[in-house]
Design a protein around this ligand. Sequence first.
Ligand code: H2U
Length: 342
Amino acid sequence: MTAQPPANLTPHRRFNPLSGEWVLVSPQRNQRPWQGAREPASATDLPDHDPACYLCPGTVRANGQRNPDYDGVYVFDNDFPALLPQPDSATLAADPLLRAEPVQGVCRVLCFSPRHDLGIGELSPRSVTAVVRCWREQTRELGSQPQLNYVQIFENRGAAMGCSNPHPHGQIWATGHVPTRVQRAHERQQQWYAAQQQSLLPSVLERERSLATRVVYENARFTVLVPFWAAWPFETLLLPRFPVASLTQLDDADCAALADAWQRLVQAYDRLFDCPFPYSAGVHQAPSDGHQHPAWQLHLQFYPPLLRSASVRKFMVGFEMFAESQRDITPEQAAALLREQF
Ligand code: H2U
């Protein structure tokens, strides 16, 4: 009789309960040769202030406005916003085959600090905490506006993720509608809560902590893990270990603990391939629609594109684009590699 390789080393699919999507895991492909695209090395020797940077203190932005000489976090309305404050329905015809609907929203840019050269990994813990507190204040301010029902906070880090400017910054888009992926996470958490009488993500976290194989870092209040269903090679999920639906419910100590987990994760990512690790990270929180959302658990997701080194990235193309996400390195292998970097 031939011995079977362990189930997690043969092709299988895993289910993402937040998105309702499956991911194909193919660990046997790990050794395949690579002669594809390599990413150009990122510039790492940046000045602490760049007079040509649109985001540095005192410089002039693309629309001619001058930034103040800010010395902490700095938030401004995006000069090229994806949404406008007032919806315009005048041009939209009601056609069931060609559906469209008006939208409204506010887009802002958040500079993490005046320093052009210091990212989340290099800033002081106090400065990183200031960014998290700013997320909380922005969610409070924008989410309390009756016409805005969701606040999406995200960071694109590195040119590989489409970041247009090396000055460390994130973005805040508040929308009148609940966007597609958030709505899906919303519905799936609600369904789980109705069926199980407990929240989905705290249950996942409890299971993951008892298994420990995918947990990469913990502080007193937050846990970072590679989710069982991760699609990106080094994808991580940052979870609070207490019930909390929205950033607005965090106290100052929670903000400091969230900042610590974020900073240490970025430092670990940077050590993994000895480069400023590119990623797109997003905060998922309950809609700010005036209702209570007991099924919701605040979480942050990190989607880094790198696969094997600083220069070899994963592309979500082919089967991923037309059928479903697929990965070679297992989430357990990724977690073990990441854990070594803390
Ligand atoms: P990235 O996070 O993808 O780099 O985007 C930076 C944002 O900054 C982008 O949305 C805005 C762009 O519209 N921006 C301004 O609002 N003013 C500027 O002068 C330059 C960039």
